[in-house]
Write a protein that binds this ligand. Sequence first.
Ligand SMILES: Nc1nc2c(ncn2[C@@H]2O[C@H](COP(=O)(O)OP(=O)(O)O)[C@@H](O)[C@H]2O)c(=O)[nH]1
Ligand SMILES: [Mg+2]
Length: 263
Amino acid sequence: MPAKAKPSVNTIRKSPIKSPRKELVKYSVVVPVYNEEENVGPLSAEISAAMNGMPYEMIFVNDASTDGTLEALTALKPTHKTLRVISHRENSGQSRSVRSGVMAAAGDIIATLDGDGQNDPADIPALIKKMIRKDAPENLALVGGRRAKRKDTWAKRAASRFGNGVRKWLLKDEADDTGCGLKVFKRDAFLSLPYFDHIHRYIPALMLREGYVIEFSDIGHRNRQFGVSKYTNFGRLVVSISDLRGVMWLTRRSRRPGGVDEV
Ligand SMILES: Nc1nc2c(ncn2[C@@H]2O[C@H](COP(=O)(O)OP(=O)(O)O)[C@@H](O)[C@H]2O)c(=O)[nH]1
Ligand SMILES: [Mg+2]
């Protein structure tokens, strides 16, 4: 008999794992990582400290890194019982990595953040609290982070301010900072959005398109300690032009029923 094929990333399902407090997992922290071997150790420890006492899991998604990221993550598993590691066989980008993590997630609420340590995991609980507060709008599906004081180069901040301004003007997506990696959202809402590469910058616009309510909160931002940035300003600009046109088309072509009732 042929050896049983390994499950592919597309067949990894919501896991029934329990949190260390034996409650079912409610919150899944999803971290996309590409060549972040020195960052995964400190970051997983910070997530564990920030989420301590909550029914959570953390899912690191290794995007076919060419350094020792996967080995570093595997070595961390005995230390963190809440850690799951998912690995792409081929590099597919940040957005696809987040999507693989969300598809595998057991929690109904997802927190995602960059794998380079620039987002502070200590900010996650406040965003979750805002999402699940009693008087939250019924349709609230996204609480996005907004980097109050960015720790990036002057050129990156300038390009980002320009890009955010153009996008907000064209899409009217209420968002000042869609490039911020830290976001909390409802799993089902996210998976109902159309997927394309670099969708992570258009989540507010696409959530509004589906009729969801979105909110934002100021969060911290830190310098990258190890490794290098995976994006260039020019590369971002080139894909942004076609992505913006695509999202404008999607927005124009949407219709909403204003609520769906079963009678
Ligand atoms: N999974 C995956 N993550 C990526 C890729 N490119 C960037 N990232 C991740 O996306 C996050 C943000 O990237 P980063 O290089 O810090 O961008 P910057 O902060 O805008 O310079 C980090 O967690 C990266 O590891 C990629 O091709 N695949
Ligand atoms: Mg970064």
